[in-house]
Design a protein around this ligand. Structure first.
Ligand code: 5GP
Ligand code: ZN
Length: 114
């Protein structure tokens, strides 16, 4: 399923340019347009899913998270550590309504997050 009004579906379709780092049948990893850390990637399902709250396919979720760990490694983040986070809904701070995991690294992360 693809939503033509969804910017991340359009990135999957190649209609909006993005710096793609890795791609599998079920998942795509690309650089965030406004990086919040020296390495800031977004990893998404290639199929449209609104958010983690409505995700139903555990195999697809596994594929997306596996790719997140893989690209973190290829970015050189695995040894020092990194953060994977997904925002859900208004209070979660989600601004793009297509499930995405942020992979952030290359600097010390802080807790609690803002
Ligand atoms: P959210 O706020 O929904 O958790 O994260 C959305 C992320 O998508 C933000 O970090 C934002 O910078 C990024 N973003 C929004 N539009 C685009 C785009 O067109 N291309 C890319 N590469 N990133 C985008
Ligand atoms: Zn979408």
């Amino acid at each position: 399923m693809s939503d033509p009004s969804c910017i991340f579906c359009r990135i999957v379709a190649g209609e909006i340019p993005a710096t793609v780092i890795a791609r599998t049948e079920q998942a795509l990893a690309f650089r965030d347009l406004h990086p919040q850390a020296p390495s800031h990637l977004l990893v998404i399902p290639t199929r449209h899913v609104d958010s983690l709250a409505t995700a139903e396919d555990a195999v697809e979720l596994g594929a997306v998270l596996s790719l997140a760990a893989e690209v973190a490694k290829s970015e050189g983040l695995a040894d020092g550590g990194y953060r994977v986070v997904t925002n859900i809904g208004a209070d979660g701070g989600q601004t793009v309504q297509h499930l995405h995991f942020h992979v952030l690294g290359g600097r010390q992360m802080h807790w609690p997050p803002g």
